[in-house]
Design a protein around this ligand. Structure first.
Ligand SMILES: [Zn+2]
Length: 170
């Protein structure tokens, strides 16, 4: 009987570990659902890697690695921290409460890091582009273009090493 109780506890703790903790489920849950749906449509497995993210927190201003709000004059809209097995994400509240194409792009960009993708500063429109771009955000609002960007993004997530080792910049 004791064994069964332990087993049930283990199963329920695994089940609750599926989704990262967030202080703003109203903003984060729908975006996570969208991410999982887009991944599933392309046959990319992300469940396990999502479960490895401890938290996705909406904050006033994510701090850079030096503990300051800006790095080389740039304020970060999002930061993904990794320390050993731990991964956590901080997203800027003002960006996450906007809905002009930048919210989903920012969210996906940081999840991309959590999935193992590096920034790329040579790409213009790719979701893993290192800096936010108004034009990229604008184009991302077009359904057909968004699909193309999402295809490239999930292809990178399917094989992060291939993306990190080198890719065609666009
Ligand atoms: Zn690139």
């Amino acid at each position: 009987m004791k064994k069964i109780a332990l087993l049930i506890m283990l199963v329920s703790s695994l089940a609750s570990a599926q989704l990262p903790y967030t202080n703003r489920p109203d903003l984060v849950r729908p975006l996570l659902d969208e991410f999982r749906k887009e991944a599933l449509e392309r046959g990319v497995e992300v469940k396990e890697r999502l479960a490895a993210i401890d938290s996705i927190m909406i904050v006033e201003q994510p701090e850079n690695r030096n503990g300051k709000p800006s790095l080389a004059g740039y304020e970060a809209d999002g930061i993904t921290w990794t320390r050993g097995q731990d991964i956590w994400i901080e997203l800027k509240r003002s960006k996450m409460e906007e809905n002009d194409g930048s919210r989903l792009r920012l969210f996906l960009h940081e999840l991309g890091h959590a999935m193992g993708l590096d920034d790329c500063c040579l790409c213009h429109y790719n979701i893993m582009r290192c800096q936010a771009s108004d034009r990229a955000n604008f184009l991302f609002r077009d359904e057909d273009l968004a699909r193309i960007y999402l295809d490239a993004f999930f292809e990178a997530i399917r094989n992060p090493k291939k993306w990190n080792d080198g890719h065609t910049h666009y």
